[in-house]
Ligand binder design. Sequence first.
Ligand code: SF4
Ligand code: SF4
Ligand SMILES: [Zn+2]
Length: 274
Amino acid sequence: MVKTISRNDPCFCGSGKKYKKCHSDIHPESRAVRLIQTYRKYERKIEDYQKSTGNIPPCQKGCYNCCYDDFSITEIEFEFIMRELKTWSKDRVEKIYDTALDQCETIKNERPDTWRNLEIYTPNDGTIIVEQMKKHMTVGRNSFPCPLLDPETKSCSVYDSRPLICRSFGSTHHRINQSTRVEICEYIPDSVEHATMTPNVNDETAETIEYVHLRLPDGSTIQQRPYPIYYWFKIFFDRTGKKEAQYNHYDSSVNFNQSLEQANLYTLKGFNLI
Ligand code: SF4
Ligand code: SF4
Ligand SMILES: [Zn+2]
């Protein structure tokens, strides 16, 4: 059943502002709401943990080294970033596209294997995703930073809309980090030790599975492939030929103004899956 929210009700995000003055463009049962709620859960968990234990993550002040990391994010996370880009000037958005498309060229030249893997599209093929994740682990860092890192201030230009990994890297851990000793970054050499000074976010991460993937009418799911941020810009540019802040699905904000159920249906139809 679709939940109703009046324009004067408090916004679902917990900001205390009225819905009409806050996230009024977002359907109260959409994927986007679930994503924002996950973001808030992470924020609260990190804050509560730090208050109650006094443990502060070992990140160096002003460090942005992990913005050079090779990693992927999901489509809904990227669309949430796009939503913020819609408030930017046309020129600024175009510049970000140019940076990202240049980075695609760099990957193509520097790491043709990585590029080939990104260019393979086989719906619901888990092995391609596993291969992609392995490449991320092997590469570690790119020769360029995330296109969303402001080159002047060296800070995130979409801080409020940044993806999950950027919210949690360095300040949280997963169960696996407690058993396998790996280096997280040059300042955090031991994941097992790191797990003793950060909160565990296994449960919050597990929840994302419910809304990141597409659900078929028979209850099964279609896995949504994550991509690096620079590559998402290419995907969006290829779909429309425009360097504009836009939503993905045929320029419809399917993840924002429709309930999760409707969005699934719309997306599945779009991909000719039903
Ligand atoms: S995780 Fe490491 S590289 Fe990233 S901000 Fe923290 S200290 Fe810097
Ligand atoms: S989204 Fe922001 S925090 Fe995340 S890698 Fe890009 S610039 Fe860094
Ligand atoms: Zn809100």
